[in-house]
Design a protein around this ligand. Sequence first.
Ligand SMILES: [Zn+2]
Length: 206
Amino acid sequence: MDFSSKLLENAVYEMSQLPGIGKRTALRLVLHLLKQPENQTNMLAEALSKLRSEINFCKSCHNISDTEICEICSNPKRDSSIICVVEDIRDVMAIENTSQYNGMYHVLGGKISPMEGIGPQDLNIVSLVNKVKKGEVQELIFALSSTMEGDTTNFYIYKQLEGLKVTTSTIARGISVGDELEYADEVTLGRSILNRIPFESAIKAS
Ligand SMILES: [Zn+2]
């Protein structure tokens, strides 16, 4: 692509670094921003820059939060004896939307994926195991997507918990293989949390 302006070229390049955005789409978006009132583009730039510099992760569950301990973790009405293990904030949002779950979450920040070079040490697993070791957690619900990476991650954590007094379960697979949690409809997802099954029987079935 030949650009008549270095400024334009730079903006298009940065935009095209986003997932799913090719050079053409990037150009379209950049030209769109140029047509907008200047303060609108500034607001976008400021929101992104603030997001990066001020973003905070809950010290307990690792979810994105504006406060040190997030609203869910600090809510005394939530059941702290149950922890739902999820990949990222999208899963927390999806499960919260079902209104069927009143426990806590633990956000891993990804899934174990040798292909992408993501190992257990890259995820928030140690803090999860430590939480269980404190003895206040009675049940862990694995709610990762049922992909190879999700299964590997579940099994890895399950092994880390060996000998600890905690029940492990996995959300019922009403959600078909490979589907991401965030795409499951609320009713299906809510039901699969209520109908969760012991993790041991899930391993035997697969
Ligand atoms: Zn939290």
